[in-house]
Design a protein around this ligand. Structure first.
Ligand code: AMP
Length: 277
């Protein structure tokens, strides 16, 4: 597996091959990331993974400082998966003139769910993903539906800027007990981890209840809130999966429904969701 640290080398590598599957990450890899890598392996001649903990997308500096890093371990996992190149740019390489003041913004979409609580987060995500696409030049790029809002925004950006890349959404991967895999889970104590299970349990129950009580949205929302107590919840509700608007009446619209939660456990911000059709 080739390790690439500069944009110049990445561009040269990309120029030599035009069928690259790309998986951008912030590292501290787990099975969720590896599921994207395996999909990319199956669908492309070459697979490039990037690891860059992007300061521009952390609205909370403490979260950035505490973000776990283990490049040697990550590189071992990626090598074992048969990844062709690992792109590991430094901060200086990515932002030689500091973080750009240019903002890529979808006003309505970014005002909902995580966007409403993390000012500047998605602007930072779109900028880095856009630039990574420029350097890696992938034919296809793989994103987890765990970060559903992020996937939606990146897909729209690629379409609107006519970036020549297919943005592929991949299923959310869970632990055997249901907890959504996340690099941040490592910051939870054993007790915290148990508390965090409430999130996936509440979501899976909401999904089951949804088919039985579709006509009773207030009941469904109340149940979800009750099941998450006493966690510190940022948002938890039923959303139109295309616009991310909170659904007020299922009888008026019959969209694909996203049930999504963001909550804090031991100061760690966790997100999870399920899609219902
Ligand atoms: P991150 O390193 O957290 O920026 O994540 C990199 C990519 O992995 C993103 O596309 C995430 O959506 C995806 N990802 C993270 N956790 C999971 C998971 N549990 N299941 C599926 N994809 C995931």
């Amino acid at each position: 597996m080739r390790i690439i640290e500069t944009k110049a080398e990445m561009l040269a590598y990309a120029a030599a091959d035009h069928d690259i599957g790309f998986v951008p990450t912030m590292g501290y890899l787990h099975e969720g990331h590896l599921s994207l890598v395996r999909r990319a392996k199956a669908e492309n001649k070459k697979v490039v993974v990037s690891i860059f903990v992007n300061p521009a997308q952390f609205n909370d500096p403490a979260d950035f400082e505490k973000y776990p890093v283990d490049i040697a371990h990550d590189a071992g996992l990626l090598k074992a998966e048969g990844v062709d190149a690992l792109f590991l740019p430094s901060r200086q390489e990515v932002y030689p003139h500091g973080v750009p003041l240019l903002t890529l913004r979808y006003e309505a979409l970014m005002g909902r769910l995580c966007g409403a609580f993390r000012p500047g987060h998605f602007e930072g995500v779109l900028l880095i993903v856009h630039n990574l696409f420029m350097w890696v030049k992938p034919a296809r790029a793989y994103f987890g539906l765990k970060d559903y809002q992020q996937y939606l925004l990146i897909q729209k950006m690629a379409r609107d800027l006519e970036l020549p890349v297919d943005v592929v959404g991949c299923p959310l991967v869970r632990e055997s007990d249901g907890l959504a895999l996340s690099s941040r889970n490592v910051r939870l104590s054993a007790t915290g981890r148990k508390e965090a299970l409430k999130i996936s349990q509440a979501l899976l129950k909401a999904k089951r209840d949804f088919s039985r009580y579709t006509q009773n949205l207030p009941f469904l929302k109340k149940q979800l809130t009750t099941d998450l107590a006493p966690l510190q919840v940022e948002y938890a509700s039923f959303y139109d999966a295309h616009t991310l608007e909170e659904i007020e009446d299922f009888s008026k619209v019959k969209p694909q429904v996203l049930i999504a939660v963001a909550a804090f456990v031991e100061g760690v911000r966790l997100i999870d969701n399920v899609l219902v059709t």
